[in-house]
Unconditional design. Structure first.
Length: 261
């Protein structure tokens, strides 16, 4: 299956995510974004690549309204990210942070996964069904009564993903999902991400993982999108990689590795 690079949405199906002219400066005057433009089609898996300080975190925090007040627009499934729609946007855009312990704080796995929908008013059998479904998606249903701190790091990351999936989001944003995972956990998480019927934006420095999971990549550099295209083609462009301080592992040839569909 070829990489998806044309993300023009049909009138009946708005883009999952559309960012237009997004510019943002922090109160201290530091300008982090200088006019970011891109869109993601429903169901795409796209990697967001770039060196430290490129503006990746600033961009991600605009996607569910944690940051606001800049210039430009962000829309999720046609819904503007603004104060009037904030609760719905935060349900639709789920962010999985790099450290799962930032998201897991309840006594049991079940309570952690139930927290979001319970806060939104879900109760009884419907809540339990939603929790079980989310845990099934990440292969952690058998651990629902376990304390999160008794799980391995990879298992905690999968539970953290479940705490987002339980809200039935439009977009799943993952911050460095492969970091600190052993090879088996890395593969298990990749299998889970491939199976999900959601739009995925994966922020990562792990370029082979981006190639494995994401047919398309965006390169964010100095607050702008410097490149947007098939992941394999971008990673094989030595001049582009060097210009934006992106480095493949020694001996890794992106032209000899297949991108997942």
């Amino acid at each position: 299956m070829d990489a998806v690079t044309d993300t023009t949405a049909s009138p009946s199906a708005p883009a999952s995510l559309e960012v237009r002219g997004l510019a943002y400066a922090y109160p201290d005057g530091h300008q982090a974004l200088f006019g970011v433009d891109f869109s993601l089609a429903r169901g795409e898996r796209v990697a967001l690549l770039g060196p430290n300080g490129a503006g990746k975190t600033t961009l991600v925090l605009h996607l569910n309204g944690i940051l606001s007040g800049g210039v430009g627009t962000v829309t999720v499934a046609g819904l503007p990210v603004d104060r009037a729609h904030l609760a719905e946007i935060r349900r639709r855009v789920g962010i999985v942070f790099q450290d799962p312990d930032d998201q897991l704080f309840m006594p049991t796995v079940r309570e952690d996964v139930a927290f979001g929908p319970a806060a939104a008013g879900l109760r009884g059998a419907e809540l339990e069904e939603r929790v079980d479904r989310a845990l099934d998606l990440v292969g952690m249903r058998d651990f629902k009564d376990r304390p999160p701190h008794h799980l391995s790091f990879g298992q905690r990351r999968r539970v953290a993903v479940a705490t987002v999936l339980v809200m039935e989001p439009e977009i799943l944003v993952l911050d460095e999902p492969s970091s600190n995972l052993d090879p088996a956990s890395r593969r298990e998480l990749a299998d889970i991400l491939r199976s999900l019927d959601v739009t995925v934006l994966m922020v990562t420095h792990d370029l082979p993982y981006a190639l494995e999971l994401c047919p398309r990549s965006l390169v964010l550099s100095e607050g702008v999108i410097a490149a947007d295209g098939p992941t394999g083609e971008l990673l094989a462009d030595a001049e582009l990689m060097r210009a934006h301080r992106l480095e493949l592992p020694f001996g890794f040839d992106p032209r000899g590795a297949a991108t997942s569909t």
